[in-house]
Write a protein that binds this ligand. Sequence first.
Ligand SMILES: Cc1ncc(COP(=O)(O)O)c(C=O)c1O
Length: 390
Amino acid sequence: MKFGTQCVHAGEASDHSYGSHITPIYQTSTFVFDNAEQGAARFAGEEEGYTYARIVPNTPTHAALVDKIAALEGAETGQTFSSGMAAITAVALSQLERGDHLISTDVVYGSTYGLFASILTRFGIEVSFVDTSYLEKVRNSLRKNTKMIFLETPANPTMTVCDIEAICEIAREIDALSVVDNTFATPRFQRALKLGADVVVHSCTKYVGGHADLLGGVVVGRKEFVESMIPVVNYTGGTMGTHEAWLCIRGLKTLHLRMEKHASNAMKVAEFLEGRPEIEWVRYPGLTSHPQYEIAKKQMSGFGGMIAFGIKGGIDAGRKLMNSVELCTLTVSLGSVDTLIQHPASMTHANVPGEVRTKMGITNGLVRLSVGIEEPEDIIADLDQALKKV
Ligand SMILES: Cc1ncc(COP(=O)(O)O)c(C=O)c1O
């Protein structure tokens, strides 16, 4: 099946008892056993089936979502979580131990940075933040104990792109696990597993859900890998809500259409911004001016809906712009059907120390735009009127 058909059909689990067309929401915390022997067999892992909604495989609604997103990413299977951060935490806690070394893209979502820099290090895990857009910097950071390379591409919020295929090859050479946060690109535009990654993570809060009305996360990869996460999944309990799982299934049915509109709008908005005298620079992977445009073109089949730009006059001008927009919404998060604007240095990445932010390129003048699926003329008209007030 082609991608769009998979979005609509993959994983759907209609209920044969009542003939429901749509996958039902199994809003139950626990499952009834036919007899005591069956309960024991399920808990012993001798019989497949559901037991308790925190315990893998959670509920049939979760299982349907896993099947759908695994199909879209070309993975064997996966696991859902209560948020993107719960998903990333479970990957780290299930694969790393004291004395291991993790290499992470230096520009990552602020809470991912916080998890790696201030929580994993407390448990004796060494962490290096590396500009993964330079392969030699990745190679120079390898240690004997490097167990995982975590990539975020395009990176939040600078839109820096790194070469997934080349870095996953480096990871394979040293037997390290390669993990890609595919939240920005989504499987519509970037198939990280095909490019050689072992594991893909998503914040489902963004494009997977697509409507800014849920929190969720997912991890996909080989069955053996996903099974290796089970103790952490079951014992830490970052379980996705069943209603959220259902909303993700519904969101994914239109992922292909939404992403195409996000991307075509973003290209138009990026070109508009690039042509404006008030704007200092624009980073969108679809622009030839993007420093890693060639890598983006090689590994992405579209460039997504996220744009970063710098405005002349720095943060004061940026604040004026954000306070002047009328159609665009001033809020964090991304990947919603409506256009969102925010200031990473004081919002999504405020927890990253100032000097680290500057080193990463998250300057005080950087504004992040999550371009929605409205008509592009209206988004541009709104930015135009707001820029005139700066
Ligand atoms: C790239 C990326 N990864 C992970 C996350 C974390 O996701 P969540 O907010 O669902 O925990 C975010 C959140 O903004 C993100 O942008």
